[in-house]
Design a protein around this ligand. Structure first.
Ligand code: UDP
Ligand code: MG
Length: 313
């Protein structure tokens, strides 16, 4: 019999987590040709989430629980789930029921019919998310595709089904800053889309305020594209060429007397501000990449586990 593991990262999800478990476990019970387990990763929640999860794990041995020592972030939580997965396939799904668990059998069917290794869920429509979130997400995915060295499917979150090959290869990736949806695309194999309707959060509020969204976008960009550095270089080349041209023009003007000496305050200021800006921008871009190198070279673990229930170390 095939085995399935459902991976659910949770951070302060006390208002929904019981409902998520109930909906998921009653669904999994109906899929009698597949042996299923659930793994909840408590990402250092400060509410009742860990207590509720312990209760669920105590009553149902097919539910594994990983508790982090503090909040390490959504991507680290999903990574821990994949690292501890021993099933033939895994579904990554959010705890907030925005992504309907009821389509999991369809994902498995889709995987089997198309002989795919990854079935990624594409959000056709999104309910309950503001115009800003929808617009910024859509812009971000398109910008990232324009800059990144790998092509990613747009409007896709981490909600997806991955098979044992992808799980194995993902677990070999050594980088600590993880942009999981990008890495799964990067791994390759056969990946097919599945279109679905994203619902509003069942309860609670988003754990991705603007600051976190920007950080997430920066990780994606820095780990998947060197183009910002190339753009900085191109700007530098442009500045040098312009400088040379202007230099020749002013010098020859002075030598041969075809330009009149002007006060030149405005043009000097514009040039100083513009090229000062270009330099700072280039140094800033460089700094971001050095920051990533610094984080990677320290080699700290991506997450620290406080304890686990119904799972082996
Ligand atoms: N999450 C997490 N750690 C965090 C932030 C979020 O494990 O630091 C989980 C959260 O509990 C949810 C999923 O990641 O299951 C997605 O978060 P959320 O629903 O807040 O994001 P949104 O859907 O608003 O983008
Ligand atoms: Mg959500």
């Amino acid at each position: 019999m095939q085995t399935l593991n459902v991976i659910i990262p949770c951070y302060n999800e006390a208002l929904v987590i019981r409902k998520t478990y109930e909906r998921l476990s009653s669904l999994l019970k109906t899929m009698d040709d597949i042996e299923s387990t659930i793994t909840f990763i408590d990402d250092g929640s400060r509410d009742e989430t860990p207590c509720i999860l312990r209760e669920i794990g105590g009553a149902d041995a097919s539910v594994g629980i990983i508790c982090f020592s503090r909040n390490f972030g959504h991507q680290a939580a999903v990574t821990a789930g994949i690292n501890h997965c021993t099933s033939d396939m895994a579904v990554i799904i959010d705890a907030d029921l925005q992504d309907p668990p009821e389509i999991i059998p369809d994902l498995i069917r889709c995987k089997e019919e198309q002989d795919a290794n990854v079935v990624y869920c594409v959000r056709g429509t999104r309910e309950g998310e503001g115009l800003f979130k929808r617009l910024s997400a859509s812009l971000f995915y398109r910008l990232l595709n324009a800059l990144a060295e790998v092509k990613f499917p747009v409007d896709t979150g981490d909600f997806r089904l991955i098979d044992a090959h992808v799980i194995r290869e993902f677990n070999r990736l050594r980088e600590r800053g993880k942009y999981i949806r990008g890495l799964i695309s990067w791994v390759g194999f056969k990946q097919v889309p599945f279109y679905y309707k994203r619902h509003a959060r069942f309860a609670g509020e988003t754990k991705y305020p603007l600051k976190r969204m920007v950080k997430f976008a920066m990780t994606a960009l820095l780990y998947f594209s060197k183009k910002p550095l190339k753009i900085a270089l191109a700007l530098g080349i442009f500045a040098v060429l312009l400088g040379l041209l202007l230099g020749c023009w002013y010098l020859s003007g002075k030598l041969f007397g075809f330009t009149r000496a002007e006060s030149g305050f405005t043009s000097t200021m514009i040039l100083i501000i513009f090229f000062g800006g270009v330099q700072l921008l280039a140094i800033g871009a460089l700094g971001e990449y050095i920051g990533v190198l610094f984080d990677e070279i320290k080699g700290r673990p991506e997450y620290i586990i406080k304890d686990m229930i119904n799972l082996n170390q």
